[in-house]
Design a protein around this ligand. Structure first.
Ligand code: C2E
Ligand code: CA
Ligand code: CA
Length: 637
């Protein structure tokens, strides 16, 4: 009686869990399907157990034929339950091929056993029944126990072979399940009482639910793919087992704009559809959504060709776009690639390398794919070192040095102005060039502080050497858009000038086209305020950007500096230089040719009626002392 009550109770518990599971999440999620199939097998087993025990305990005697059928169904349901359960675990651990091989073998044995059992209803060889329709002997029960034990051992073996791939809580469940089932089978054989089997199955099933519940926590709520926490777990696991992997970080560009344009629902639809694409295309790889617009794919180490193929598939897909409702929305993804193991091979190093590579990719738009591997760890380390030097130098400003390069009048080869160029001096790394540290300072949000220090240093130099103020019309300093983007910046810069007692006309700011095109109203305001006080503006690097002629005509530039790449372009005997010089003259601009290295270039510049030049032909940028001596010498000629 109490056995039947217990089984009935368990039946109710499991049925309610399954119903609850159906209610809370999409039933056809791959993990839920496993849960539901194991639970259904268990429900089937329990229902048959109840029926057969109702009969055996004499609570409700069946007719002999039905009693035998129910008993045999009950016996067959035991290995069936164990098979479904163990099989669901093997499915998660084994490769497709070995899984299907194992399933076939086990499935075939199970079918053979079931068919033999049912046929035996007529033959009575496997199961020998007593006159009360109880099993008295035969090979049926030992066979059932043997088969069940075999299924348990296959699972246990699989778990041990794949030990490293399994998380600790899953290991515990797999081993415990196997041990509990074996223990129950032994007890059943000894006492012929199925208490343990029903109870331990219920207990283990509950534990499995808890483990699956844990998995639910690792799923992204929107796209139903594993989330950042899951990625970090997988990454840690890959690192601990020293696996070789290729990791792709995908970043949907300007996702904020997509969200604004199509609304949040539209944005969500794009994310879901992209996640679906990744999930179905890369079934074998790990697919994760690690943040708003960022996804990760984790492959076994790919060859170069394989990698190019995957990148192309993704680019093609995103160019084609995802459909939201009737619309087809295409977008751009930036892809950063990291190959592990790296040098230190810690989770932090891999995550840092991913974001480092992503920044690189976004910067170097023309280079579509950057692969970060051990070879690049040096480059990244240098960046990190420079970043810390940049921070340190703000405290120890002697590390920041100003070099000066003269700007010459081509008529008499005399210096008329100079450009101030920054250098960083570090004990260990020596002199670091601005081409390397300026972009980093911009990224780190330090650039404005550096510009201020440059201005102070240049002013101090001019004060210390008043003769220079007489000999040179101005000294120019390079600035970036961000420098002028803070509300009170113009006042601050003008303050520095007046504190030092420098005439604003003696200072020039060199700006690039991208800054001119910035639509920030504060930039325009600061610019105007500085210009009103007499500060001059120069358009730098002309000929490299998008050459917005309108900005050239409309904006109040006194002087345009033609970029070195134009000056050194010899195609059609310096045709580009002639074209640009001619156009600038027609617009009435003064012109400085940059990067003049040879006499031939100087002659070309002159023949194009450009008045000023700057370049190695006359002088490299020099530290202050050498610059002073150079000036002395040049005025002595
Ligand atoms: P830029 O403003 O175009 O400066 C001219 C660069 O060309 C300087 O490189 C200079 O040394 C180099 N150069 C001059 N004449 C020749 C030549 O004949 N041949 C060759 N091959 N090169 C020549 P540098 O000093 O390495 O500076 C690189 C860039 O870093 C500058 O390009 C500028 O954009 C930036 N920069 C330098 N100092 C500062 C600064 O204080 N603030 C900011 N924001 N940027 C700076
Ligand atoms: Ca410049
Ligand atoms: Ca330049």
């Amino acid at each position: 009686m109490e056995l039947v009550m217990m089984e009935l109770f368990l039946l109710i518990v499991v049925v309610s869990i399954v119903v609850n599971q159906k209610g809370t999440s999409s039933l056809f999620n791959y993990q839920d399907v496993e849960v539901v199939s194991v639970a259904s097998a268990y429900i089937g087993y329990l229902a048959l157990a109840v029926l057969s025990h109702v009969h055996i305990r004499g609570l409700f005697p069946f007719s002999p034929a039905i009693a035998r059928l129910v008993t045999i169904l009950h016996i067959v349901s035991i290995p069936l339950l164990i098979f479904v359960w163990m099989n669901s675990i093997e499915k998660r651990l084994l490769s497709k091929r070995s899984y299907s091989l194992f399933s076939w073998v086990q499935g075939a044995l199970l079918v053979l056993f079931s068919v033999a059992s049912f046929v035996d209803l007529m033959l009575n060889r496997l199961y020998v029944f007593s006159w009360e329709q109880m099993i008295r002997g035969g090979w049926g029960i030992p066979l059932m126990l043997g088969l069940s034990t075999f299924f348990v051992f296959v699972e246990l073996g699989t778990a041990l072979v794949k030990w490293k791939l399994i998380e600790w809580h899953e290991r515990a469940i797999m081993v415990l399940t196997a041990l509990f089932l074996l223990f129950s089978l032994i007890l059943f054989e000894t006492f012929r009482q199925p208490y343990m089997l029903s109870l331990s199955s219920a207990f283990m099933l509950l534990l499995s639910f808890l483990s699956w519940q844990r998995k639910e926590l690792l799923l992204d709520w929107l796209t139903r793919i594993p989330n950042n926490q899951a990625f970090q777990g997988a990454l840690k696991h890959a690192i601990d087992s020293n696996s070789h992997k290729t990791i792709l970080l995908l970043d949907i560009e300007n996702f904020r704009l997509l969200n604004e344009r199509y609304g949040e629902d539209g944005g969500d639809a794009i994310l879901s559809s992209f996640a679906d694409f990744l999930k179905t295309t890369y079934e074998q790889a790990g697919v994760f959504r690690i943040g708003g617009n960022r996804f990760v794919l984790m492959f076994p180490l790919l060859t170069h060709n394989e990698l190019v193929r995957e990148v192309n598939i993704i680019k093609e897909k995103t160019a084609k776009g995802c459909s939201i409702g009737e619309m087809q929305v295409s977008f751009h993804v930036n892809i950063a690639i990291v190959e592990i193991p790296l040098q230190k091979n810690t989770v932090d190093e891999v995550l840092d390398s991913l974001s480092f590579t992503m920044t690189e990719v976004k910067e170097k738009r023309r280079q579509p794919v950057i692969i970060f591997n051990q070879k690049l760890t040096g480059v990244r380390q240098r960046r990190l070192d420079i970043l810390s030097i940049l921070r340190k130098a703000l405290m120890e400003q002697d590390m920041i040095q100003v070099y000066f390069q003269p700007i010459m009048d081509v008529d008499d080869n005399k210096p008329v102005a100079a450009e101030a160029l920054m250098r960083l001096q570090d004990e260990r790394m020596g002199i670091i060039s601005p081409g390397e540290f300026i972009p980093l300072a911009e990224q780190a949000g330090l650039i404005s502080m550096y510009t201020e220090i440059m201005l102070q240093k240049v002013c101090a130099f001019l004060i210390e050497h008043p003769s220079i103020q007489e000999r040179l019309s101005h000294v120019s300093i390079n600035i970036v858009a961000e420098d002028l983007a803070v509300g009170d910046i113009a006042c601050k810069l003008l303050d520095i000038l007046s504190q030092k007692g420098i005439d604003a006309k003696k200072i020039g700011f060199e700006v690039t086209e991208s800054m001119v095109l910035s639509s920030n109203p504060i930039v325009a305001k600061s610019w105007q305020a500085l210009q009103d006080m007499g500060v001059r503006f120069f358009l730098d690097d002309f000929g490299t950007g998008y050459a917005n002629l309108e900005s050239l005509v409309n904006l109040p530039f006194d002087v345009v500096k033609i970029d070195r790449s134009v000056v050194s372009n010899t195609t059609n005997s310096y045709e580009l230089l002639s074209l640009i010089a001619g156009m600038l003259q027609r617009l009435g601009k003064e012109v400085i040719a940059e990067g003049v290295e040879t006499l031939e270039q100087l002659e070309m510049v002159k023949s194009n009626r450009i008045s000023y030049v700057q370049g190695y032909h006359f002088s490299r940028p020099l530290p202050p002392g050498e610059f002073l001596s150079w000036l002395e010498a040049s005025s002595a000629d």
